[in-house]
Design a protein around this ligand. Structure first.
Ligand code: C5P
Length: 225
């Protein structure tokens, strides 16, 4: 069994919303509620701790930190010590499924951490001041998402580093790699998108409404196809 940390304490400035990103309404509910439901429905998740922005109340919520990894650290400190496996998920990915959560937990066997990821479909180039310096080999590239699953002692060790190290990390698995840990990939479906811009929000809204319609026979009695 695993304890899940749902990080929802970001400001989401790129979304241009009036409040914190995880609390904007998408398909009729706060953004974070969609992944909270999936985590609660996952058989291998025993408990969910949510990192929320300062001053926001949410069930099972603890105050987040100044950076994403600091929010993870705060949520981990509030998580029951009984579980040795910790799953971290971004509230900004509302389309996560129970199947993906289970695949990530099961995939930890033989690794210090595993990350959900999709193969990169664009060609990726490195450029400095608008001039291309090299083209990367796409066959070896993965776009990394959450869920990310960790062995608790390793996650605690990497998150005990100074705030400036945590602030520079874009994900926690990167901290494990820097520590020499073995990190595995769990292939994820392309729908597991991250809501960053208003366009992402529109797409997530469409996909969530369609999923809801398929599950309960129509939000308003109609099916979207
Ligand atoms: O900013 P970005 O979309 O990469 O954030 C990823 C996730 O981390 C979001 O769910 C966001 O709420 C969370 N986060 C956090 N605390 C922060 C910054 C981001 O919980 N200080």
């Amino acid at each position: 069994m695993a304890v899940a940390l749902l990080v929802a304490a970001g400001r989401g400035e790129r979304l241009c919303a009036s409040g914190p990103k995880a609390f904007v309404t998408v398909a009729g509910r706060p953004l974070y509620a969609w992944s909270l439901d999936a985590l609660r429905a996952a058989p291998s998740v025993s408990e969910v701790v949510v990192a929320v922005p300062e001053g926001v109340e949410a069930p099972g919520g603890v105050a987040g930190g100044a950076s994403r990894s600091e929010s993870v650290r705060n949520a981990l400190a509030a998580a029951p010590a009984a579980e040795d496996v910790v799953l971290v998920h971004d509230a900004a990915r509302p389309l996560v499924t129970v199947e993906l959560i289970e695949a990530c937990v099961a995939g930890l066997e033989g690794f210090d951490a595993v990350v959900a990821a999709t193969p990169v479909t664009d060609t990726v180039k490195e450029a400095v001041d608008g001039i291309v310096s090299r083209t990367l080999d796409r066959r070896a590239l993965w776009s990394v998402q959450t869920p990310q699953v960790f062995r608790r002692p390793m996650l605690e060790r990497v998150l005990s580093q100074p705030a400036e190290v945590l602030a520079a990390a874009t994900d926690d698995a990167g901290l494990v790699e820097a520590f020499g840990g073995r990190v595995g990939i769990v292939p994820a479906p392309p729908e597991n998108l991250k809501v960053t811009t208003p366009v992402d929000l529109r797409l997530a809204e469409l996909l969530l409404r369609r999923r809801d319609a398929n599950h309960v026979g129509g939000v308003d009695g109609t099916h979207i196809s």
